[in-house]
Design a protein around this ligand. Structure first.
Ligand SMILES: [Zn+2]
Length: 239
């Protein structure tokens, strides 16, 4: 195999390793972000529950106020009963008193329903806060663990990066440029083997004439389909 090809293969091997490292770091970070987002969501759920309780309590205060007005009205009608003379006036007052009492009863029922709802919402808040505490604790632990893991991975990355620099400096400038561009455009794979006349990057057949050139093992070409740098290496020697 020619020197240039083996340089490129070594370089790509390091680059693929670096990609794996970056992916690993990203995955760890993403998992943490997801956990953190869950926490934020729960906090916002708790805020919503508080907001619901506030609305209900406001409603209750209004009902309380209206109820005491009803009560005062009923009382004033009751005392007026002593003064009225005619049966007609009495009937009218009695109706007002009955209406007032019914209105009070309705409001009382509403207030009881509101109190029950507030109680249920408060229980939900307690449960959510317990969960939030557990999750916050777990997130803190996970953050520390992830930080440590990422630091370890980053050290490996540093080693690989300097190795990469050394290998890259051995590749001729123009070819290195081409390699870098290909890696960017071809999902990290710039240099590929051709097996049985098929490019292992795009899995398309290459013309037999070009394949014959590659089979000699001393040259590299560009895949006519995906433009990757192609070479030939017998399968048993493959790493
Ligand atoms: Zn190809």
């Amino acid at each position: 195999m020619n020197e240039v090809i083996s340089q490129l293969i070594s370089l790509q091997k390091i680059d693929l390793h670096l990609d794996t490292i970056d992916n690993e770091i990203k995955q760890k970070q993403d998992a943490l972000d997801q956990q953190s987002a869950m926490l934020t969501q729960r906090e916002s759920d708790i805020d919503d529950l508080h907001e619901q309780i506030n609305t209900l309590e406001k409603e209750r205060r209004t009902l309380d106020l209206e109820m005491s007005e009803d009560l005062a009205h009923v009382k004033s009608r009751q005392s007026k009963m002593m003064q009225v003379q005619t049966g007609r006036e009495q009937t009218a007052l009695l109706k007002e008193i009955e209406d007032g009492k019914r209105s009070i009863k309705e409001k009382e029922e509403k207030i009881v329903a509101i109190m029950e709802e507030v109680e249920s919402l408060t229980a939900q808040i307690t449960r959510q806060q317990e969960l939030l505490q557990e999750e916050a604790k777990s997130l803190t632990a996970e953050t520390a663990k992830t930080k440590e893991t990422i630091e370890t991975i980053a050290k490996t990355k540093q080693g690989q990066s300097s190795k990469r620099q050394k290998h890259a400096s051995e590749v001729e400038g123009k070819l290195l440029n081409k390699y870098n561009i290909l890696r960017e455009r071809r999902k990290g794979l710039a240099v590929v083997n051709v097996l049985g006349g098929v490019c292992q990057g795009c899995f398309m057949s290459i013309p037999p004439q070009q394949y014959n050139i590659l089979l000699r093992g001393d040259r590299h070409l560009d895949c006519p389909v995906c433009q990757r740098i192609i070479y030939y290496q017998a399968p048993e020697n493959q790493e």
